[in-house]
Ligand binder design. Structure first.
Ligand code: G3H
Ligand code: 13P
Ligand code: NA
Ligand code: ZN
Length: 328
């Protein structure tokens, strides 16, 4: 059944767990996530980005979700717009059955230029008024995602800030967060504390200098009743990088967000954890392995099945690690 983000995260807060938000853009990713949820008996957040909506098309994406919800009737499903950039992308998501939208006003509508506080507050408050009138939840974001090592945003992925950022912009200010939640009425707040999107987040195992979990702890002290969201939270498993490289891929050495740091966040009010890169890597590793081991294979079902199986394992591991398992 469908559930809103607010309903889901209220339950998560009450029981001290977090829900991974897995990005979806095709049927195989949907099957991997839902079969993992069934095995773990976990509720799910299916996150669709503007890129995913363009890839599958809104109609097909909406029918795909309908099909998943009907096929897995025992699993609570929140269908969430990832990184909405203006009122229209949020409104059309709602028209297609999304139960939650993110209005990312940390950047201007171009998705690249850091916005000032007033712009972010005003556009987010407008989305909250519209979405809440429709019974739909809203996630806002304060602070710009990017690396504390280099000061750069997510350029490699083609989205995120493209200018050099100051530490002020890269770390959400706890006092401003308090004001932002009060002035916008968001149901959940994404914070910036050193993570970035994509596979290349850190050049070494992150410590407190480059992954500022203390910012989350401070925000949670000021806003104990606000559901916090961590973006860019793939762990970028070394085993998957090796698998990809062993079967013809080329990913350079890198670090993601260790699962134990996410668990530390969950103890401080983090209720939604965004993961896309890990699943992309799992899918790619499985596909590459089949195609490398049997170059004569050309049935897409054979290699997609293997990618889907690896992605399902990853999703299941996150459900277990975040305490989502058993909560459906
Ligand atoms: O926001 C980042 C997610 O990984 C979605 O990525 O915009 O390439 O679909 P995308
Ligand atoms: P990753 O690139 O770390 O998987 O982050 C995904 C994300 O934040 C989607 O909004
Ligand atoms: Na952002
Ligand atoms: Zn994100």
């Amino acid at each position: 059944a469908r559930i809103t983000l607010r309903q889901l995260l209220d339950h998560a807060a009450e029981h001290g767990y977090a829900v991974p938000a897995f990005n979806i853009s095709n049927m195989e990713m949907g099957l991997a996530i839902m079969n993992a949820a069934r095995k773990a008996n976990a509720p799910v957040i299916l996150a669709a980005s503007r890129g995913a909506r363009a890839y599958a098309g809104d109609r097909l994406l909406a029918r795909l979700i309908d099909g998943l919800v009907e096929t897995f009737p025992e699993i609570p499903v929140c269908l969430h717009l990832d990184h909405g950039n203006n009122l229209a992308t949020c409104a059309t998501a709602i028209q297609h059955g999304f139960t939650s939208v993110m209005m990312d006003g940390s950047l201007l509508a171009d998705g690249k230029t850091p916005a000032d506080y007033d712009y972010n507050r005003d556009i987010t408050a407008r989305v909250v008024a519209m979405a809440h009138a429709c019974g739909v939840s809203v996630e806002g974001e304060l602070g710009v995602l990017g690396s504390l090592e280099t000061g750069m945003g997510d350029q490699e992925d083609g989205h995120g800030a493209t200018e050099k950022l100051s530490e002020d912009q890269l770390l959400t200010d706890p006092e401003e967060a308090e004001r932002f939640v009060r002035e916008t009425g968001v149901d959940a707040l994404a914070v910036a504390m050193g993570t970035s999107h994509g596979a290349y987040k850190f050049t070494r195992k992150p410590d407190g200098d480059i992954l500022a979990m203390n910012v989350i702890e401070e925000i949670n002290r000021r806003l104990p009743n606000t559901h916090l969201v961590m973006h860019g939270s793939s762990s970028v498993p070394e085993e998957l990088r090796q698998l990809i490289n062993n079967f013809g891929g080329d990913m350079r050495p890198t670090w993601g967000v260790p699962v134990e740091e996410i668990q530390r966040g969950i103890r401080s009010g983090v209720r939604k954890v965004n993961i896309d890169t890990d699943n992309r890597m799992a899918m790619t590793a499985g596909v590459r392995r089949v195609l490398a081991n049997d170059p004569s294979e050309f049935d897409p079902r054979k290699y997609l099945k293997e990618g889907t199986a690896l992605m399902m394992e990853l999703c299941q591991a996150r459900f277990e690690a975040f305490g989502t398992a058993g909560q459906a």
